[in-house]
Design a protein around this ligand. Structure first.
Ligand code: FAD
Length: 494
């Protein structure tokens, strides 16, 4: 006798639950592939995947998630998943911003492929979420994937938990994801081809990966602060020397730990007394410190060079920062003590045992790095044309605009740029002229570095990829088409 209807429903529900509960990148991809195989779903059929999955997994446990995702998918801008039908997109990087962009492009009906050079999500570090990002992630079912998501007054999340939930939503919406695949460079379409000859492709590592044959119309650089995509010049914001330290300690979730208050950004100017006492008591001299209680106890601080020298963390003083912070000039033990002492003082010695969490390399999770320069790309997008094939090239996330870590703006501004980019792809698919699209994108990009939780629209319920729903003082034509001619790179100029 075959399975009964009830047994099939229960089995589907269990397979889906395994996928939802998977706690690693590899585990998620594996559970997803088992789910698809057992339920005979074709993950490559991106236009129908989400509806087939909903039909196959229909237990009460998953209803709330389907309702949320359906609500999002029904926004008018997506035109029933057909706004960008036929548009093929390659996203480089499976960080939070690459994945968030992938979700929007999938909702627009694009064929989306994400390539990620690693196969682990291992960053304990914690990102601050602006109210709109919390709202956005809740609407994507964050609570279903991570029960503790922003419970109570919590407004942050570890990078890896964020990646994990966005990976799951992406897969549900039919995004194709390949890990252990590194983007090397763009490959131009060859000359003298037939109608259906190859278009724009990517050179990848490993070179024989099947995605090497993927022709795409849009490529998005979401590969972090040093984007590999050519053609974008970078602006540098150089401040005075800033040395940042991040540290993660084991969170055993005891009552004593639960009681300790977070520090959500004590700037020196606002709290001189704290930093003076810290210096007097410990010799540690900081400009700021942030503490978030998450999967780990996470601290990020900006330290003054002299105190690092005095405390023996930096061995010799050099003018060039690279040499100064080179591993052979840093006493790792002293660094561990320095960060632990600062964490202890900052939390009034209330955290019972500050044991370092272990990082991806099997070492105590502490890093010290130069934060003097922050980079932003000069432009947000460009178009390449070769032998009749146009390619829209865009940057999102840290590749576009680097965040200031102690403020954790990376994800908040990163998501805004992800939406703005999806809006541009929509315009492109609708046949708007190249220069108009680029001019509009640059106009909107000018707003990004100035955005704060206060000056963006408070009506989160209304947020869509349409920038007018998010930026109250939007002027999407402040950059004129003739000013972006250099961003259209055709076969002759490029
Ligand atoms: P990322 O999160 O950097 O993701 C980029 C992804 O692209 C990575 O997964 C990378 O493996 C992949 N990739 C890179 N090159 C290629 C390639 N050629 N081909 C394929 N894939 C590629 N911000 C804070 O506010 N506070 C912090 O404490 C903090 N800690 C961080 C620690 C580390 C180690 C890093 C790298 C970043 C940290 N950030 C921190 C920045 C923060 O993670 C980002 O602002 C946020 O994650 C959004 O970034 P993103 O998605 O644009 O890029």
């Amino acid at each position: 006798m075959g399975e009964t209807e009830d047994e099939r429903t229960a089995q589907a529900s269990q397979l889906f639950e395994n996928f939802v509960q998977a706690s690693t990148c590899k585990g998620t991809l594996q559970a997803f592939s088992i789910l698809c195989r057992q339920l005979e779903l074709d993950p490559l059929d991106h236009s129908n995947f989400f509806s087939s999955l909903k039909a196959a997994v229909s237990s009460w446990k998953v209803k709330a998630l389907w309702t949320k995702l359906d609500k999002r998918a029904q926004q008018k801008v997506y035109n029933q998943n057909k706004a960008c039908q036929g548009t093929r997109c390659l996203i480089i990087g499976g960080g939070p911003c690459g994945l968030r962009t992938a979700i929007e492009l999938a909702l627009l009906g694009c064929k989306v492929v994400v390539i990620e050079k690693r196969d682990t999500f291992s960053r304990n570090n914690v990102l601050h979420l602006w109210p709109y990002t919390i709202h956005d992630l809740r609407a994507l079912g964050a609570k279903k994937f991570y029960g503790k998501f922003c419970a109570g007054a919590i407004d942050h999340i570890s990078i890896r938990q964020l990646q994990l939930m966005l990976l799951k939503v992406s897969l549900i919406l039919g995004v194709e994801i390949h890990v252990n695949v590194e983007f090397v460079q763009l490959l131009e379409p060859p000359e003298q081809q037939t109608e259906d000859g190859p278009g724009w492709r990517a050179e990848l590592r490993p070179s024989n990966h099947p995605i090497s044959d993927f022709d795409f119309d849009v490529v998005i650089g979401a590969d972090g602060r040093r984007s590999t995509l050519d053609g974008f010049s970078r602006k540098e914001f150089r401040g005075k020397l800033a040395i940042a330290i991040t540290a993660n300690f084991v969170n055993r979730n005891t009552t004593a730990e639960a009681k300790v208050e977070e520090i959500s950004g004590v700037a020196f100017i606002f709290n001189q007394k704290f930093f003076l006492e810290l210096k007097e008591d410990t010799g540690i001299d900081l400009e700021n410190i942030v503490y978030y209680k998450d999967n780990t106890h996470y601290f990020v601080m900006t330290a003054k060079k002299q105190s690092l020298l005095d405390k023996g963390v930096i061995i010799n003083d050099y003018i060039e920062t690279e040499r100064l912070l080179n591993s052979d000039n840093v006493n790792q033990e002293a660094l561990l003590s320095y960060a632990r002492e600062a964490a202890d003082f900052g939390t009034n010695y209330q955290l019972p045992s500050l044991d370092y969490a272990i990082n991806h390399y099997g070492e105590p999770d502490v890093t010290m790095f130069d934060f003097t320069c922050m980079y932003a790309s000069e432009n947000a997008a460009l178009i390449r044309e070769k032998h009749g094939h146009e390619l829209l090239v865009a940057l999102v996330g840290d590749s576009l605009l680097e965040p200031f870590w102690p403020m954790g703006t990376g994800c908040a501004r990163g998501f805004l740029a992800a939406f703005d980019t999806a809006w541009m792809v929509r315009g492109w698919a609708q046949g708007k002229s190249s220069l108009e699209i680029l001019a509009e994108r640059e106009s909107i990009y000018r707003l990004l570095p100035q955005t704060t939780p206060e000056n963006i629209s408070k009506n989160f319920e209304q947020y869509t990829i349409d920038p007018a729903t998010r930026y109250p003082n939007l002027n999407s034509s402040c950059v004129r088409p003739h000013q972006v001619r250099h961003l259209f790179i055709d076969g002759h100029s490029g």
